[in-house]
Design a protein around this ligand. Structure first.
Ligand code: NAD
Length: 428
């Protein structure tokens, strides 16, 4: 079990309880949705390169599949716990439901540190994970994907093992595959673009034109880079970005008042999203403290790095100018900070809505793989825009109608949909 100080599953259950009260959910659906439907915990013995056998613990949790096959990533992490996996699987259920894709929520993991494992050893863990679960996962039941420290290569090893066991091709078993091997075009852009599709709608609602706005972004990785690209295309100006500096073991912010030029900064960024400080100065950027991104005088904040960044301590530093926070990262805002933001009437696009472009595109990958027919990138991104926009509008409408904070409105819609699916099936 996770340590007592912070237990992600207890937090996920507490969030659920709050919304269940608002929805006045009956005891049946409440009890069913507070817990995963199914959990698998198992051992994966691996003959290591030195000839010894090491046993790894693996998990898969299927929180709910009333709306469709479970969907969610597999993490490789030395501190993985069943409670983390339970919490993440529950959050996946709500994320798929809020964007209204016909999938449930799942999550998996293996306690291991890929930094200390050879490629061969990682392959054996992947194949072992699938061997333990081959009858309990699949394109019609539970569809895994990459997550922390797992990649397209891990997904291909897992797919290969699954197809070997079942004696046929099932490209829809897993997503996050490389393009050309069953992956979808547009997946790289999907999460960042999805953030901006919802931001575009939020600005419309607030009567702001993107070209009149400025933004500050935490992070400069996959989500941030593509969010900035599309926001720039809409005419918006990013004046500050930030990143983690691996050498100094601290974070920095980079400001350019007349606007960060995305391609210039990309040219001095490593593959982990770290920006070279000296070269940034050469580009005329001011190098500031890691936290500086949050106190910029901008209209929009986009946290796109880590969880727990907007807190009771940092939220009071948010400039009075800020009108919107678009949460690209998962869990960037603590409940205490939410209270401050709500009081200041800053418009929040909550994480599981704003960053749902990734899972929506994974759903598109699954659809393409199941039909063995692959779409052009424009088609993928066009469909993504339609889904994200519709999801945003539904949440915003409820938020206005019931005077709910956007996060609460998103939860009410998501949990309401899943509870209804359970009722319709006659489960509760
Ligand atoms: P990434 O690894 O590509 O990039 C992370 C970025 O954050 C890097 O630029 C890194 O330097 C920076 N960073 C790390 N610590 C920082 C700190 N203390 N201060 C400032 N910057 C810091 O990751 P990503 O895929 O862009 O994911 C970012 C967030 O979005 C995570 O919370 C992730 O869970 C969430 N998310 C990602 C996806 C996806 O499809 N990539 C989907 C949904 C949610």
């Amino acid at each position: 079990m996770a340590n007592k100080a912070f237990n992600a599953f207890e937090m996920a259950q507490a969030q659920f309880d709050k919304v269940a009260d608002q929805l006045e959910l009956d005891e049946g659906p409440r009890e069913l949705l507070r817990w995963p439907l199914r959990e698998y915990a198992f051992s994966i013995p691996v003959r290591m390169d030195d000839g010894n056998v090491q046993v790894f613990r693996g998990f898969r949790v299927q929180h709910n599949d009333a709306r469709g096959p479970s969907k969610g990533g597999i993490r490789f992490h030395p501190q993985e716990t069943i409670d983390t996996v339970r919490a993440l699987s529950m959050w996946m259920t709500w994320k798929c439901a809020v964007v209204d894709i016909p999938l449930g929520g799942g999550k998996g993991g293996v306690i291991c540190d890929p930094h200390n494992l050879s490629s061969r050893e990682q392959e054996l863990i992947c194949r072992g994970w699938v061997r333990q679960l081959a009858k309990n996962v699949g394109p019609l039941t539970d569809v895994p994907a990459p997550d922390v420290m797992t990649s397209a290569q891990h997904m291909l090893w897992m797919l290969d093992e699954f197809e070997h066991i079942h004696g046929a091709k099932y490209p829809g078993f897993i997503t996050g595959k490389p393009v050309g091997m069953g992956g979808s075009l547009g997946r790289t852009e999907a999460t960042g673009f999805g953030v901006i599709y919802t931001l575009r709608e939020a600005l419309k609602h607030l009567g702001l034109r993107p070209e009149d706005t400025t933004a500050s972004v935490q992070g400069f990785g996959n989500v941030a880079q593509f969010a900035i690209r599309l926001y720039n295309q809409l005419g918006g100006t990013v004046v500050c970005v930030s990143c983690w500096d691996q050498t100094d073991q601290k974070s920095y912010s980079f400001r350019k008042d007349d606007g960060v030029i995305l391609d210039d900064v990309l040219a001095i960024t490593d593959r982990f999203g770290g920006i070279d400080k000296d070269k940034a100065r050469d580009l005329g950027m001011e190098v500031l403290d890691g936290d500086a991104w949050i106190e910029q005088e901008v209209d929009i904040l986009i946290p796109a790095a880590l969880e727990n960044q907007i807190t009771a301590e940092t939220a009071p530093r948010i400039s009075k100018k800020v009108r919107v926070i678009a949460e690209g990262a998962n869990g960037p805002t603590t409940p205490e900070a939410d209270a401050i933001i709500q009081q200041r009437e800053i418009f929040v696009i909550p994480d599981f809505l704003a960053n749902a472009g990734g899972v929506t595109c994974s759903y598109f990958e699954q659809v393409q793989s199941n039909s063995n027919y692959y779409w052009e990138k424009d088609e993928v991104l066009g469909k993504l825009d339609i889904k994200m926009t519709a999801a945003f509008l539904a949440v915003n409408e409820l938020s206005v109608k019931r005077k709910l904070f956007m996060r609460d409105a998103a939860y009410v819609i998501a949990i309401g949909r899943v509870a209804q699916a359970c009722r319709d099936r006659g489960w509760v």
